[in-house]
Design a protein around this ligand. Sequence first.
Ligand code: M6R
Length: 633
Amino acid sequence: MCGIVAYVGNKSAAALLIEGLKRLEYRGYDSAGLAVVRGQDQGIALCRSVGRVSVLEARYAKDAAIYEGQLGVAHTRWATHGKVTEENAHPHIGATRSGHTVALVHNGTIENYATLRKYLEGRGHQFYGQSDTEVLAKLVAELYEPQKNIDLERAVQLALQEVTGAYAIAVICDREAHTLICARKGSPLTIGLADNAYVVASDQSAIVAHTTQVIHLNDYQVARLCAGPSDHGSNEPWSIDFRTTTIDNVTVEQQVTELELDLQQIELAGYPHYMLKEIMEQPEALRTSMTGRLDLREGRVVLGGLTNMSRDLARARKFIITGQGTAYHAALIGEYLMEEMARIPCECEYASEFRYRNPVIEEGTFVVAVSQSGETSDTLEALREARERGAVSLGVVNVVGSTMSRETDAGVYLRVGPEIGVASTKAFLGQLAVLTMMALYVGRRRHLSQQTIGELLTELAAIPDKISQVLKQSEKIQACVEKVVDRNNWLFLGRGYNYPVALEGALKLKELSYIHAEGMPAAEMKHGPIALIDEGMPVVFIATQGNQYDKVISNIEEVKARGGRIIAVATEGDQHIERYCEGDFIFRVPHAAEPLQPLLTTVPLQLLAYHAALQRGHDVDKPRNLAKSVTVE
Ligand code: M6R
């Protein structure tokens, strides 16, 4: 949700900033901009444009010489306050009393911006847009008084003391040509320590090309990063140094950590889209996720992240699993898994609801936050609320070093590699795999026999190969989609473990192809939504063989009787299903135990949404109005 990147060092900043923005573009793509300090007291060059980073790049390229400088900030926006216009694009500018200029980029929301704006207008600042960020840029400028020892670092600290809301910011001023200030509260920010330079970004993907040494800022922390020519007498031509403080100017020590990410992982590797790449790499991603965690000989699950609390987990009284969007769908499956395998009461809830509704947290409650990014604001706040009320917090998170991974008591990483496509695919399967392993881990410590767990582990280990078989149907799915892609209303129906898969299938289709789709338990259809069914309406059934197969078939009959067009995800070898749909409309998955079926049945629905979006001419990696990581409420 907005991407920020900033640079101070011995290279030209602008091209490097644009490169960084391209890597962060999946976080938002309404508008983009950059600002570069042209040298001590030489002013700031500002370039902003509505639309994608490519539009900004073209504008910059026309006058590249203007943007020559070694200190700069840049931004790609997902609009919150203020329309998608050039005036509201970042960086935002503020004029200081001493005649200098401050430029600032921001990810987050400033809740008290209206009050601050009124105050600043009273002080003579002229606003050109409606963005909350513009207020912050002007507030820093207002407070900047170098003659009174209020330099940029101090002005930022003071400004942030006045602010309520969430922020990750990077700030520059043309009077301090070698100093970059950044800070965070609630929104992610990582500082890369490169050779003779610092690169700051909303996430690691914009940093890894420069360095793997990073610092993760914590809430209310401010970093002052300096890189410039050394003083006379020094052996090194260039010197760099940094310090971090709280917004109250108390020095804080920082730990430098090593990024677990390499550049190759975030390249397209010959695929036309990240989404397709990420769908296709699911077998390998799951193998990596499970490596070293399934002990088939001993019939047990090994989860290093939970070792220290295995006894507490075995005695847990209740689990609450929470997340948003796709992660919420994984959490729903987690609820079924935990109750079936561990026999511990479990509730699944949207994080956004949980955090505001005064939930009951009793002794022995574990709250599990499920999140690809580990930064989703709703999930993070729910987690904090749960901890505050005494719950033990666990994270099921993909991004190593993310805020959730740092704020939970323990957790298990997905280990599926970076997910760049805005639509979550491999992270969903990773979440399912980890939740399954967690349920087995707890279940084994309670009542699951070695034999039962042994059988499930053997099946789980075979899942990646089975996914590979499902993926071979991509062309068939594409051909099916061609016949129905013009329909604007779809239903997705499933029962048991495949009910959340129906929700996920509908979400994928909605967010990528902008087709209206609803997912629900197959039985729920009769209670209202059946009224929607008309001649030819596509209704996708997850109709794999299992306990509720006959019931699903009855639901299929009901839809067929009303003219609906059935698309079925069915078990290989099931001939009965062929009575209800044309062969082209049946996507096959290999047989699997019911709790593991979502790991297979989700895959054709991902491909279906991918092909539908392409056939409707949409950008699958950057669907409209969406951002990868939702760091605002
Ligand atoms: O990073 P998270 O897993 O916490 O993100 C949660 C949702 O925002 C995310 O899954 C979203 O629903 C995706 N666009 C779905 O494809």
